[in-house]
Design a protein around this ligand. Structure first.
Ligand SMILES: [Zn+2]
Length: 253
């Protein structure tokens, strides 16, 4: 077994046995990995704290190539993201970011861009006011969809590729984007969007994270964007999953 070292973000941590946990991490060098943390249920040590979800840590692990679980040897936190842990709304959005990463990425497929996007989003959420969280989450969703090959097609017809001047407002989950006037009959379940929603999403696809807070959104567009991205996500995960973290937040609000 090789021993490997990398930086990683803890996505999930759950009980495996009386003394051990299984930790899912998204690492800078090896993509998503799952590892056993022996002794993680015993003491409140530095090792245990650095394996809490929504924590960036330096880890050392024994690698198993056969698809089995890796074994964590050491872990120490680099950034504990205290603000994300302190406020329930921040923690819910940060957890949703981790949840989405876990579902959308494959095991042991390194993607420095995905790691960078994940890390950058958590950093930004840590220092942002609550009203920016939703937009930062949407921005993250669009980036991750693009990185895993599900980028919603918003600039031309997702079926025939034409980019006519007349703005299309039919969004097809089946085709993964907008359908032109000619093609919209190919999906009778296409969602009709307000032109402002499409414009907003296009802008969000392009804008750098630093500028996200300047992007304005009305309550109407907010509802439409949220419903569309929710539907898009559920369609692509295949199981019509709800993002647990945000579901909990909506229940208590
Ligand atoms: Zn078309």
């Amino acid at each position: 077994m090789a021993i490997l070292k990398t930086e990683a973000i803890v996505l999930r941590n759950y009980k495996w046995s009386e003394t051990s946990n299984i930790v899912t991490l998204y690492s800078q060098d090896f993509g998503k990995i799952k590892a056993v943390a022996k002794g993680a249920r015993r003491a409140n040590t530095r090792f245990v704290n650095s394996l809490n979800p929504v924590t960036q840590s330096q880890i050392l692990f024994y690698s198993r190539n056969s698809g089995g679980l890796h074994i964590l040897k050491e872990a120490s936190s680099i950034n504990y993201f205290p603000n994300l842990k302190r406020e329930i709304e921040k923690f819910a959005y940060a957890s949703a970011v981790c949840e989405l990463t876990e579902y959308l990425t494959a095991d042991s497929q390194p993607s420095p861009s995905a790691y960078y996007t994940l890390h950058q989003t958590l950093n930004k959420m840590e220092d942002s006011p609550l009203e920016d969280l939703k937009k930062l989450f949407w921005h993250f969703e669009l980036r991750m969809f693009a990185l895993v090959g599900y980028c919603p097609q918003l600039s031309k017809c997702a079926s025939c590729g034409s980019s006519s001047e007349s703005p299309s407002i039919s969004f097809s989950l089946l085709w993964g984007g907008l359908l032109c006037e000619e093609c919209k009959r190919k999906d009778t379940a296409a969602i009709q969007l307000h032109p402002g929603t499409i414009k907003f999403l296009r802008m969000l696809q392009k804008v750098e994270i630093e500028k996200v807070r300047n992007v304005k959104v009305s309550p109407f567009l907010e509802r439409e964007v949220e419903a569309l991205l929710d539907a898009f996500w559920r369609y692509h995960t295949g199981e019509y999953r709800k993002l647990k973290s945000l579901h909990v937040l909506r229940q208590i609000k």
